[in-house]
Design a protein around this ligand. Structure first.
Ligand SMILES: Cc1ncc(COP(=O)(O)O)c(C=O)c1O
Length: 339
């Protein structure tokens, strides 16, 4: 099976499994799991932030952050295609009772000017109180696009001038970091909270980390408990995350190269309408009407190749740790044969 549906489909490598079996564990809800504690310390130090919290998923980390930063009735500014709004089941409303202000923006990225233009006047009781700005980097539905760091600094300035909190959904932040000269510490300096997924391109089976200052993480820990996210001997999972951070960051560039290869192939095919320019490991493309999406996906399935449709006539391929050169060759051949 060649699985391009997501970078979440990877299985632990033998070395990662070894690290998991060797983990020292304890009850993390009591704060006793040394491996979870080591992961949290490692990630907070890496970003130059005070504290971190191990979470079951990226969705949980984002939703905890939003709840910790807001009160019911507050407003969150984000892109209309951002994961926190579009793909988290209405969690902003359900978990935090917060309102959203949805912005447009090229390849899923918002701008400082647009954020500034959408902050509600705090003295006007008719309008929800703008409290939080959330950005996503890389931006999933923007085709894995990367923010220019200077734009993030400009958004932070708007946040500080207006007393707003600034959250980063960094599910795939390491994909952005290996393609730029920006560092985790640069990010730690401008955000109030950052969520990082270790279970995507980095290849851990489960796990995300939420980072922030001590007071924020204290609040987040309480919310994680309420959400049912206290995981006891979670050190077995944290060990996989530590292994992934130590061994699988630099190799993300291989995923990006393969995604670029797919982009080149797709751009040469007669039935492809357009490919969103590839910057990392996500390849979004649309099909001409002559190639209905169901026909395209079933033809792939006949060849044991799996991908996802994310909009009418739009398909996403995601490259990851379990994709090999042989798989790439096979996929290229199958895509060409459909012309
Ligand atoms: C940008 C982004 N944020 C958050 C998530 C949520 O992660 P999880 O599936 O672990 O809840 C995803 C998952 O695909 C994502 O792409």
């Amino acid at each position: 099976m060649i699985d391009f549906r997501s970078d979440t489909v990877t299985r632990p490598t033998p070395e990662m499994l070894k690290a998991m079996f060797a983990a020292q564990v304890g009850d993390d809800v009591f704060g006793d799991d040394p491996t979870v504690n080591a992961l949290e310390a490692k990630v907070s130090t890496m970003f130059g932030m005070e504290a971190a919290l191990f979470c079951a998923s990226g969705t949980m980390a984002n939703q905890i952050a939003i709840k910790a930063h807001t009160q019911p009735g507050d407003e969150v500014i984000c892109h209309k295609l951002s994961h926190v709004y579009y793909y988290e089941g209405g969690g902003i409303a359900m978990n935090s009772g917060a309102s959203v202000c949805l912005l447009e923006g090229e390849q899923g990225r918002i701008t400082a000017a647009d954020v500034a233009a959408h902050i509600n006047p705090p003295a006007d009781p008719h309008r929800p109180l703008t409290r939080l700005v959330s950005v996503e980097n890389t931006m999933n539905k923007g085709g894995g696009s990367i923010y220019n760091f200077s734009e993030l600094i400009a958004i932070e300035k708007v946040c500080r001038e207006n007393g707003l909190k600034f959250h980063l959904d960094g599910a795939r932040l390491f994909n952005a970091l290996v393609e730029t000269s920006d560092t985790p510490v640069d990010y730690g300096k401008i955000f109030d909270s950052i969520s990082i997924c270790i279970s995507k391109g980095l290849g851990a089976p489960v796990g995300s980390v939420l980072i922030g200052n001590k007071e924020f993480i204290r609040k987040a820990r309480r919310i994680r408990k309420v959400f049912g996210g206290g995981m006891r001997q979670a050190g077995y999972l944290a060990a996989a995350c530590i292994y992934a951070i130590d061994n699988h960051v630099e190799r993300l560039r291989e995923d990006h190269l393969r995604a670029k290869q797919l982009e080149t192939t797709l751009n040469s095919l007669s039935y492809i309408e357009a490919v969103i320019p590839v910057q990392t490991n996500l390849v979004f493309f649309s099909l001409k009407p002559s190639m209905p999406v169901d026909k395209f996906l079933s033809k792939l399935r006949e060849n044991d190749i799996y991908a996802m449709a994310l909009a009418p006539q739009q398909v996403r391929f995601v490259t990851h740790l379990d994709i090999t050169d042989e798989m790439m060759e096979k996929v290229t051949g199958v895509l060409r044969s459909m012309q």
